[in-house]
Design a binder for this molecule. Structure first.
Ligand code: BGC
Length: 363
């Protein structure tokens, strides 16, 4: 046999062994997060990396960059690497069902992380914050700051592809609706919400109609454009001292900037969530009114505890369940904390969540 042919055979043999051992590598946990473009998910990555240092299990984190196709590729790559547990925060809750099904078929436990995967039986567990409580905290803040009647209210929501957008809105509606019914607030930017304002609870389709009109799609640019469009058609009488339900920090900053730029807006109260570093700075500077702290360390440690339970053939702790349209998914929701200027230092700096050096103007 020619020497070169022999070498080719040796190379083929070696590369087969290498790819076989990669496919069978010792990956315990695969983690898929939705995007690097929002500080929220960088928080999760950082906290996962911190927690994994001491967890004693191998893990790999992949980002889907707002694409369900990329998310599916990520899941398939982790399956190929031999992951035994998948922790996944879906970009689109329904589209992710196919990935969950694939993981289940490969014998992998599927943990839905922060956002629920919908329309499949292949979800073993859901680690989450109490998202209804998030919406309630946002709305309660607006209610507590409002006096008298006729206060202009502008509603904004998350992406309709994210189950959480419905939970946040449901929580907000629980608190806002009685205050719309008694005329404390007047909705200014959603005819669908006005049409439903007499109903104390809304079914998913009804919320879907409102969300369809006021969605930010979790996108800062969409949020800014929508707020500007709302302000362009609103007469000066619908501005003045306004109240804004903004679904999260990124969209809150975008919407707040748009309202701050309008000369007919005298003051605004605007909600948020995630305690993102840029929004904490906005709160210190008086440009965003509040945020809802969802301590990502808790979510990460709950997710890792669930993964470890599965790796050891056990079942993670359950205190609640969420319906994903197909099954009741066992879950353990965590509490959330309202943060504004009055407690920002105690809740986020003194608690050790962030370092003071991240911010300027802290009192
Ligand atoms: C998360 C929020 C986040 C939003 C946008 C939601 O599912 O719960 O924390 O701000 O997605 O990424």
């Amino acid at each position: 046999m020619k020497k070169s042919l022999l070498w080719i055979l040796v190379l083929i043999f070696v590369s087969t062994i290498v790819s076989f051992s990669l496919a069978q590598s010792n990956l315990d946990v695969g983690i898929v997060l939705p995007t690097k473009d929002e500080p929220r998910w960088i928080q999760d990555e950082t906290r996962f990396n911190d927690a994994l240092k001491t967890a004693g299990y191998s893990a790999e984190i992949l980002f889907s960059q707002g694409s369900s196709a990329k998310e599916k590729e990520n899941v398939e790559a982790l399956i190929t690497k031999g992951a035994k547990v998948l922790i996944i925060c879906p970009h689109d809750g329904t589209a992710a069902a196919a990935s969950a099904d694939e993981a289940r078929a490969a014998g992998i436990k599927v943990i839905s992380y922060d956002r629920l995967i919908r329309a499949t039986e292949a979800v073993d567990y859901y680690v989450t914050f109490d998202s209804i409580a998030v919406g309630e905290a946002q709305a309660q803040y607006l209610v507590d700051k409002a006096t008298g009647t006729g206060n202009p209210l502008y509603l904004y929501a998350g992406a309709a592809t994210d189950n959480n957008a419905f939970l946040f809105f449901e929580g907000a509606w629980n608190v806002l609706q009685p205050k719309i019914a008694d005329s404390t607030f007047i909705i200014k930017n959603s005819s669908e919400a006005v049409a439903l304002q007499g109903k104390s609870t809304l079914i998913r389709d009804e919320m879907g109609k409102i969300i369809g009109q006021v969605t930010t799609n979790w996108d800062f640019t969409v949020a800014k454009n929508l707020a500007e469009a709302n302000l362009t058609i609103a007469p000066a009488a619908d501005k003045g001292n306004v109240f804004i339900l903004a679904p999260n920090d990124g969209t809150s900053r975008a919407i707040a900037d748009a309202f701050a730029d309008d000369n007919d807006v005298k003051s605004y109260v605007v909600s948020g969530q995630d305690a993102e570093i840029p929004s904490v700075q906005y709160i210190i500077d008086g440009k965003q009114s509040m945020t809802v702290l969802k301590d990502v360390r808790t979510l990460v440690s709950d997710a890792i505890a669930a993964a470890v339970a599965y790796l050891n053939g056990k079942t993670p702790e359950q205190t609640n369940s969420y319906n994903n349209g197909k099954i009741e998914v066992p879950a353990k929701p965590s509490v959330v904390v309202t943060v504004d200027q009055s407690n920002v230092k105690a809740a986020l700096i003194d608690s050790g969540y962030y370092d003071a050096s991240e911010f300027t103007g802290l009192q």
